[in-house]
Design a protein around this ligand. Structure first.
Ligand SMILES: [Zn+2]
Length: 289
């Protein structure tokens, strides 16, 4: 069993949990504003965005619950701890937003051919409110180290760009009739979201599949281990990550000594190397020549 989750990982997940809770609160408030605004201005466009906001609130709520749960220490049931819940949440967010973007893609496409003139004044006011809410929410998570925050921040950046586009469009629409710009911009943002969240999902899936995280070079670690006195061969080595932050290292080494002190020295050297690479648990097996 992993004794407890590493301090670095714990700090990242703690920070993530606080930032996500602020984002959740802002999304919920914005949700209420959009519903009231939609009813007040009688705008179908704004009301239909409230469906998006309700779904966003739910999705960020799930992320927050999972991020909080990921802080739990390992127990007899989950011996590696719960950090992968944060990664799972990143995948849920990505799949949800990709699904929503495919829907937007379809909607925008049909609207290129069946143009509806939106209410420019309502769009202008909501554009400003949207930028403030989404902008601050994005600011809270964009620097996050967890995959969960990375997925949420991409989603919020997409939303923010949408509101910036709505604001610019509303100004253009006050002076011209270029209504076709509305679905075209939505189309571009949807494609960008599908691409970037698709990339984040693939990265998260790779970590689930225990791939060596991209930022670590296994060849370099192997070279360091082979330089340790009395180690003659690495029979096998496994390096994988729980959540993209905390690493686990397992290796089987052929050694040319049976002396207890020499073996302890090898073990200590491996621990030193592990520390350089954020490994929270290393297991070493010796095979004697
Ligand atoms: Zn959204």
């Amino acid at each position: 069993m992993v004794d407890s989750i590493s301090d670095k990982s714990k700090n990242y997940h703690k920070k993530a949990s606080t930032n996500i809770s602020i984002t959740l609160l802002l999304t919920f408030l914005f949700n209420i504003i959009v519903i009231c605004g939609g009813l007040y201005t009688n705008s179908v466009a704004i009301l239909s965005d409230s469906i998006h906001e309700v779904a966003d609130t739910l999705c960020i709520f799930i992320s927050w619950v999972l991020e909080k749960a990921s802080l739990k220490n390992p127990d007899d049931k989950y011996t590696y701890g719960y950090q992968r819940l944060s990664l799972l949440s990143a995948l849920i967010t990505s799949f949800f937003v990709i699904g929503a973007s495919i829907f937007v893609l379809y909607e925008s496409f049909t609207r290129i051919f069946y143009i509806i003139k939106p209410d420019a004044k309502g769009m202008f006011i909501f554009g400003i409110i949207g930028i403030i809410f989404k902008g601050y929410s994005f600011y809270k998570v964009y620097n996050g180290q967890t995959y969960n925050e990375k997925a949420i921040s991409l989603h919020l950046l997409g939303d923010l760009l949408e509101w910036v586009a709505i604001l610019i469009l509303s100004i253009i629409l006050m002076f011209s009739d270029l209504v076709i710009l509305d679905p075209i911009i939505s189309l571009i943002i949807a494609i960008w979201l599908i691409y970037s969240l698709g990339k984040t999902s693939i990265e998260s899936i790779r970590i689930f599949l225990q791939k060596v995280p991209d930022q670590y070079n296994l060849k370099e670690i192997k070279e360091k281990i082979l330089k340790i006195d009395n180690v003659c061969e690495i029979i096998n080595i496994h390096l994988w990550s729980l959540d993209g932050i905390a690493l686990i290292l397992t290796c089987k080494l052929k050694v040319k000594t049976t002396n207890k002190d020499d073996l302890i020295q090898i073990r200590n050297d491996i621990s030193k190397i592990s520390k350089e690479y954020d490994v929270i648990e290393e297991t070493v097996e010796f095979i004697f020549n």
